[in-house]
Design a protein around this ligand. Sequence first.
Ligand code: EPU
Length: 338
Amino acid sequence: MKIEENVSLKNYNTFHLEYIADCIIHLFTEKATTDLFRKDHRWKEPMFILGSGSNLLFRGDFRGTILHPRFGGIEIESENNDHVVISAGAGINWDDLVEWTVENGLSGLENLSLIPGCVGASPVQNIGAYGREVRESIEKVEAVSISDGTFTVFSNPECEFRYRYSIFKGREKGRYLVTRVYFRLSRKPDLMLDYGMLKDEVKRLGAESVHNVRKAVINIRRNKLPDPDQTGNAGSFFKNPVIPEKQALEIKRNYAMMPAFLESEGMIKVPAAWLIEQCGWKGKRVGNAGVHEKHALILINLGNATGDDIFLLSEEIRKSVKEKFDIGLEREVEVIPN
Ligand code: EPU
């Protein structure tokens, strides 16, 4: 365990905003974590668990304690002819894990290549991209209870996964710190190529293999999404709204080109990026904050933006979408303090 005080948050959030946290506690082992929760419990409130800061917007200094899990280790837990169950520490960089699985010929996570973040955040958010969500590969999640330091294992159904949602964002929010995630992966390629231009990009690269799917996803992402190391951003700023079919049909009467995907019976998912683009925001700048020119769902720090610059821009965008389409966009990014 390492404790730092008055720490710059610049390298702890992918918007690269310059704020200070009163205290960061780095947790390197599960034992240190359980000990901390069992014995000490003397951190300054509020307390917040930070992964890689790739889905966060700070609006000011953080006058409390940040817990930063840094557990590593990728282990093979069990295997048979068809499947391998591996576990990975919460602090591992997400894409390092995906690379490891692909290098070891395991299939399941390849569509989720290059998503910024760490393993511990993947179940919390139920991260997803290119037709796959991580819930499809998660066997179970190990977490420590913050109130008493006991370990709890959440099976896949107990995580209550939905689109960009799990129990860790809902009922149990703030109660658990994820320590390890168990993934069930396939030895045979179990490819999902149906999303957008993925199949074409794989074809261009050659055979339909786990390696080529990873390469294709990396190429598509690099071509379209800004690299947070160069341009501060937190990926998709809003969730894709799910609206009643009736409303979608009404909008379609005026906007026949609106993309729409069946989410569940009578409910349609609409790309927030499309709605935002229709409102004229794509590529727009407001002071030091802006909307990415290649993807309208990505808000960017143009250099010296404050958290409020980005937040206020996001509110303007929500207002336009509400006025034009009567759809309330929900933020995917967590705002602190909210
Ligand atoms: N579109 C526009 N304008 C744009 C960009 C996209 O109209 O500027 C339309 C296009 O019609 C496109 C559709 O929106 O077909 C969907 O776009 P895209 O495939 O880029 O996906 P998305 O719905 O915007 C989601 C995830 C991303 C993930 C991609 C790819 C959410 C909130 N976002 O974005 O995840 O990478 O699919 O699968 O679900 C993230 O969560 O941070 C993230 C980047």
